[in-house]
Design a binder for this molecule. Structure first.
Ligand SMILES: Cc1cc2nc3c(=O)[nH]c(=O)nc-3n(C[C@H](O)[C@H](O)[C@H](O)COP(=O)(O)O)c2cc1C
Length: 328
């Protein structure tokens, strides 16, 4: 059974990649990911403001808290200059500990002096760099969509000038024209698009009358949004696609590959099921391929977008009569 996958020029042993989260910031976990069969790992992100703050010795912490509440723990350490050097050391350590590719990550949305740090990440040994450009949810009444899109494009262009390792771009689904944005990012040099980042999702505790942030893991039902757009984008861009959000079992992996994903990325399932679940997903994937008589991932990748009738369904946004027969 040939599960080998070329992702942005990296030779992966299969299409199961661990996505960015604190899980990847522990070398024991990295060893476990590899032992259980993961083909690559994305490290937890540094934030653009952390890099600028530490490089330039200034940081507006109020601003940081406002935009990135989930980074509060990091912010506390910034004033002591404890972020960038340890991150680089961790990349080096990760490379020494595991032989699977290690992908570093930066959360960012506008270019600036921080992009020079991308080169240091490459020099530390990272095999690739993932830019999560979806961290900033524009909420200003005057923010112009085109300006924001141009700013994101510029981040990618500027980072690509700094590094020779492949660069993936992790986006969110909130673009009026996702296809146009994806093509623009590809033109800017993105070697892969990660579809999609999962946003921090506030909830409300109606007993305590408090806004809460407990809802940080995805559920399997969240797969459909990225599945649709992997299916659509695989017909419009040539760069690789990493499917992300809601991948909790081999079936989700298979669906994303059938829709045209190059690799799948996941982390919530590992929080819920434990790291050994990677082996289960991998074994189940092999079992499914055997049942279907596929001997390599290439035999079925994108199979659901080969056919016009099937591929058109990814773009369908309303029920048509044939889909709602049960109500007749
Ligand atoms: C606790 C936690 C921390 C995360 N930290 C990061 C991060 O640092 N950078 C990033 O790009 N994504 C981060 N993510 C998002 C995940 O990489 C992933 O995109 C998202 O959880 C959707 O995948 P899933 O459905 O498998 O969870 C984090 C997710 C969780 C649950």
């Amino acid at each position: 059974m040939d599960l080998k996958t070329n992702y942005m020029g990296l030779e992966l042993k299969n299409p199961l990649v661990v996505s960015a989260s604190p899980l990847s910031m522990d070398v024991d976990n990295l060893r476990a990911f590899e032992a259980h069969g993961a083909s690559a790992v994305v490290l937890r992100s540094l934030y653009e403001v952390q890099i600028t703050g530490e490089m330039e010795g200034k940081l507006d912490q109020e601003d940081m808290y406002f935009w990135y509440p989930e980074a509060a723990e990091h912010v506390r350490k910034i004033s002591k200059g404890q972020i960038l050097r340890p991150y680089l050391s961790y990349v080096e350590k990760a490379k020494n500990e595991v032989s699977i590719p290690v992908i570093a990550s930066i959360n960012c949305y506008r270019s600036g002096s921080w992009v020079a740090f991308a080169r240091e990440i490459e020099e530390a040994g990272a095999d690739a760099l993932e830019l999560n450009v979806s961290t900033h949810l524009p909420d200003s009444e005057t923010a112009d969509a085109r300006d924001i899109e141009r700013a994101i494009r510029k981040v990618v262009e500027d980072v690509k000038k700094q590094v020779s390792i492949p660069v993936s771009v992790k986006i969110g689904p909130y673009f009026t024209s996702i296809i146009a944005m994806a093509r623009e990012l590809e033109q800017a040099g993105a070697d892969s698009l990660v579809i999609f980042n999962r946003y921090y999702r506030p909830d409300i505790d109606i007993e305590q009358l408090e806004v809460t942030s407990e809802n940080y893991l995805s559920a399997p039902g969240e797969l459909s949004q990225s599945l649709r757009w992997v299916g659509v984008l695989s017909q419009h861009v040539r760069c690789d696609l990493a499917a992300n959000t809601g991948i909790h079992d081999y079936e989700a992996v298979v669906k994303q590959l059938l829709a045209g994903a190059t690799v799948t990325q996941f982390c919530s399932v590992l929080y819920i099921q434990g790291l050994a679940y990677i082996t289960t997903m991998l074994e189940d994937l092999k079992w499914w391929m055997k049942q279907k008589r596929f001997s390599s991932v290439g035999d079925f990748r994108g199979k659901m977008v080969d056919d016009r009738l099937n591929s058109a369904q990814f773009e369908q946004v309303h029920f048509v009569r044939k889909n709602v027969r049960m109500f007749d």
